[in-house]
Design a protein around this ligand. Structure first.
Ligand code: NAD
Length: 474
């Protein structure tokens, strides 16, 4: 479609959603649950379509699609359906003595119109997960999926068109220009998942309309391996967390900090785990159906230059390093002897390269983490509760997991998100519902102290008496 026609279509859809969002303020939990049930039914009856579309984009293995794209969404929908009545219920709050005679509660009203901008790495999960929260909160939504995964984006569009009227949910596919045009509209809430650099652009655009934002961003999530650790267990979990989706996961361990006394056995264990998971029959990782591809050549080139930069500055390749440009294949790669002047230790890697940094004591590892922007996730592998607590208490990250990685994403009751450079606001479950809701403070006056009007001008004796009483006792 011609760009100006798309702009026209966006303006028309935005106006329709604006009007509908006012009607939706009074939408019941039954209505919202029905919308979510329809979504769940569609997903369940189109599992193969979803798998094929996502696989077509970058050969994500079907098992990974099932767990990380489909299950994440269906379990979220079920959890929301189960709890929505309770979340929508106004919450009574107690009052202080100064407001005696009044009653107050928090009313959860939908923010209104919302815009969901999604990335390519989990194209279904990261577009539809936020939609579940938007529908639960009673918002309308326009979704802008990533242009880098055209098959998944087309499937999302088809699903939404089959399920919803455009005044409730609509999809606009396209490049950055479409995103920019959408951002010029005064949405009530913008839910963006993507890189910190684009997150800044989104926040600036949102500021023009004072739209609230949830920014789910990225960064460099460390995995810290203590000396006192179950080495083989830690190695297999780090390898799975790092190389699932070919390293293109926002919460993948970006780099490892390992105690220097165990670096050698740990690296050997990492190498063994890669072989066990991706090359069990010794046919070559390239032939494994369980290993995805890099999303496009632009990212392959970016990753290749990260690797070249590291090697040229003295990094040692302990495993991998092989690339096939015709296939967008990038072998799982482990690097040691890395130093701070290398790009791999400064940029978010977002691909299958794992640099290993060693430390001599836990405080050195903590200093290293704290010298970088706050990460989206932090992983600690240790049998020592003291070391774990020291690390958790002395670092700041959006989320943290001990003796495992990545799986906190699946927990509906944990707020998911980053802090500062890795994100603003939280998603999932109740936290997602709140992100799309306005917590309206409602105070109902009845016969309270303040209704006597003795505190109004002209300020007289009774008013002064009441104020000094309040100052003295409250
Ligand atoms: P990206 O920021 O390049 O793009 C994300 C979306 O923003 C896409 O839909 C894209 O079209 C749009 N976009 C790009 N440039 C834009 C601009 N100038 N103006 C307006 N819109 C623009 O991110 P990506 O490459 O798709 O995804 C990778 C990044 O996302 C990584 O940094 C990763 O860590 C992060 N991420 C975070 C999470 C999370 O939950 N926190 C999840 C997945 C990915």
């Amino acid at each position: 479609m011609d760009e100006s026609l798309i702009e026209l279509e966006i303006s028309k859809t935005f106006s329709l959603q604006k009007s509908n969002s006012i009607r939706l303020r009074e939408s019941t939990s039954d209505y919202r649950i029905k919308q979510l049930e329809n979504l769940l039914d569609w997903i369940k009856t189109h599992l193969d379509d979803i798998r094929k579309a996502i696989h077509a984009d970058f050969k994500k293995p079907y098992s990974e699609i099932d767990i990380s794209e489909i299950f994440t969404v269906t379990s979220e929908i079920k959890y929301v359906i189960k709890n929505l009545n309770d979340w929508m219920e106004p919450k009574k709050v107690s009052r202080s003595l100064a407001l005696l005679g009044t009653s107050s509660y928090i009313q959860y009203e939908p923010k209104g119109t919302s815009l969901i901008i999604a990335p390519w790495n989990y194209p279904f999960n990261l577009a539809i997960g936020p939609l579940v929260s938007a529908l639960a909160a009673g918002c309308t939504a326009i979704i802008k999926p990533s242009e880098m995964t055209p098959h998944a984006s087309a499937l999302i569009r088809r699903m939404i068109e089959e399920l919803y009227e455009p005044d409730t949910v609509a999809v606009f596919e396209g490049e950055v220009e479409i995103s920019q045009y959408l951002l010029s509209k005064p949405f009530d809430h913008i839910f963006f998942t993507g890189s910190p650099n684009v997150g800044k652009i989104i926040m600036k655009a949102a500021a023009e309309n004072l739209s609230s934002v949830t920014l789910e961003l990225g960064g460099k999530s460390p995995a810290i391996i203590d000396k006192d650790v179950d080495l083989l267990d830690a190695a297999s979990k780090v390898i799975w967390g790092k190389f699932v989706n070919c390293g293109q996961t926002c919460i993948a361990p970006d780099y490892v900090l390992v105690h220097q006394d165990i670096q050698l056995p740990f690296v050997n264990a990492l190498n063994d785990e890669i072989t066990k998971m991706y090359n069990p029959k010794n046919k070559g990782i390239e032939h494994s159906n369980d290993y995805a591809r890099i999303v496009n050549d632009k990212h392959l080139v970016r990753l290749n230059s990260l690797l070249s930069d590291a090697i040229s500055k003295g990094a040692k390749v302990e495993f991998g390093g092989k690339i096939n440009v015709n296939e967008n294949f990038f072998e799982p790669t482990i690097l040691t002897e890395v130093s701070e002047n290398m790009d791999v230790l400064n940029e978010e890697i977002f691909g299958p390269i794992l640099p290993i940094v060693n430390y001599v004591d836990i405080h050195e590892a903590i200093r290293f983490v704290n010298s970088k922007p706050k990460p989206l996730a932090l992983y600690v592998f240790s049998n020592n509760e003291n070391s774990i607590n020291t690390i958790l208490n002395k670092t700041s990250s959006g989320g943290a997991v001990t003796n495992d990685c990545v799986i906190h994403f699946l927990h509906h009751e944990l707020p998911f998100g980053g802090i500062n450079n890795s994100g603003i606001g939280k998603a999932h479950g109740h936290h997602g519902f709140l992100a799309f809701s306005n917590e309206k403070a409602v105070l109902k006056q009845r016969v309270g102290l303040t209704s006597s009007k003795s505190l109004y001008p002209p300020y007289g004796f009774t008013g002064k008496k009441i104020t000094s009483f309040l100052l003295k006792w409250f």
